[in-house]
Design a binder for this molecule. Structure first.
Ligand code: ZN
Ligand code: ZN
Length: 362
């Protein structure tokens, strides 16, 4: 029997089930013993119906662990391998993978029929076919990336979502030039990674914007140089003031709300870029003035999905940066918790108390 945190109804706490049965891996699948899983804002977004995945569903999409068993036809992994899991795997064959845009892969990762977890006779789905809030899971083998055994798994887990998305937004999606000034609206787990990505990409000034001083304090640790508490007045005016009235070269929105997206666009300079990283509700639309908002100001608006990363190539690169001390990962882990405290981790995230809570399985 396995143990998992299950989303059973919207706006209800996750339920810890200790009677979860995990199936044998089928063709092209592997069974992974999860060592650690980050608690990401998108998990909370499922629970509060921003991302309305139907219950019952095992949440968690940012994990790392050890391969326990491989299904028929799997040659890339063997039991004992350490892996990071990704919810954006690449098939390697589709139009997008062939063009180096694996983050848009349309190969799909759906299980080849059926579910892999049950609890009390009930079938459970797994968030993004991962379900890392479980001590054991079965996943498509292409959702796993083998990593060196000297990387702590609780650190590696973070690469699955927040780090790739945030750092990737800065080093892949955005066009940051050495000496640029950037602004980052939203300094949660992903925003902090945008900040350190911007530093790695060569930005000189990094303006962190949030409504919580606790998060601005964390932003400083990850490389932000200027701080704007958006509760103290119009952040666009503040950013203009900090940039000689011009605005920033690149503005990142890492919340996913229409008003802050508008602010990001307004605080980018003429000819500048706005990168949308935060995932909004499905019904959020943008309103743009085509003339002054885009054409005469020559502004660029970019959507950023999964940091424009190709996980199989970028996970090793990010781990290299970590080993060289350029990428802070240990510092992202504010709390290590047992699975049973996942609901408390959601509360801590809402209050802005943590960069990341990481569930560590024994
Ligand atoms: Zn996530
Ligand atoms: Zn593909």
């Amino acid at each position: 029997m396995s143990k998992a945190a299950v989303h059973v109804a919207f706006d209800q706490p996750l339920e810890i089930r200790t009677d979860v049965e995990v199936a044998e891996p089928k063709e092209g699948e592997i069974k992974v013993r999860i060592a650690a899983s980050g608690v990401c804002h998108s998990d909370l977004s499922v629970q509060n119906a921003t991302i309305p995945l139907p219950p019952p569903c095992v949440l968690g999409h940012e994990g790392a662990g050890v391969v326990e068993q491989v299904g028929p036809g799997v040659t890339a992994f063997a039991p004992g391998d350490h892996v990071v899991l990704t919810f954006v795997p690449q098939c390697g064959e589709c139009f997008f993978c062939q063009r180096g845009q694996g983050y848009l892969c349309e190969g799909g990762v759906k299980f080849n029929g059926g579910r892999r977890m049950t609890s009390g006779g009930q079938e459970l789905t797994q968030m993004t076919e991962l379900g890392t809030f479980s001590d054991v899971t079965v996943v498509p083998a292409i959702s796993a990336i083998k990593i060196d055994k000297d990387v702590p798994l609780k650190v590696a887990a973070l690469l699955g979502c927040g780090v790739q998305t945030g750092v990737g937004a800065a080093i892949n999606t955005a066009d940051i030039k050495k000496g640029d000034t950037v602004a980052v609206i939203g300094c949660g787990g992903v925003g902090l990674n945008v900040i350190q990505g911007a530093r790695i990409a060569g930005a000189d000034r990094i303006i962190a914007i949030d409504t919580m001083d606790s998060k601005l304090q964390m932003a400083k640790e990850f490389g932000a140089t200027d701080f704007v508490n958006a509760s103290d007045g119009d952040p666009v005016a503040k950013v203009k003031e900090l940039t000689g009235g011009r605005g920033v070269d690149v503005a990142f929105e890492v919340i996913g709300l229409a008003p802050t997206i508008q602010q990001a666009m307004d605080m980018s300079r003429r000819g500048g870029e706005t990168v949308l990283v935060g995932v909004p509700r499905f019904d959020v639309n943008l309103s743009l003035n085509a003339n002054f908002g885009v054409i005469m100001t020559a502004k660029t608006l970019k959507g950023c999905w999964y940091g424009s990363t190709n996980a199989s190539e970028d996970v090793p690169k990010l781990l290299d940066l970590y080993k060289k001390g350029e990428l802070k990962l240990d510092e992202l882990i504010s709390r290590e918790i047992p699975l049973e405290q996942v609901n408390e981790a959601f509360e801590a995230m809402k209050k802005g108390e943590v960069a990341r809570s990481v569930i560590v399985f024994d």
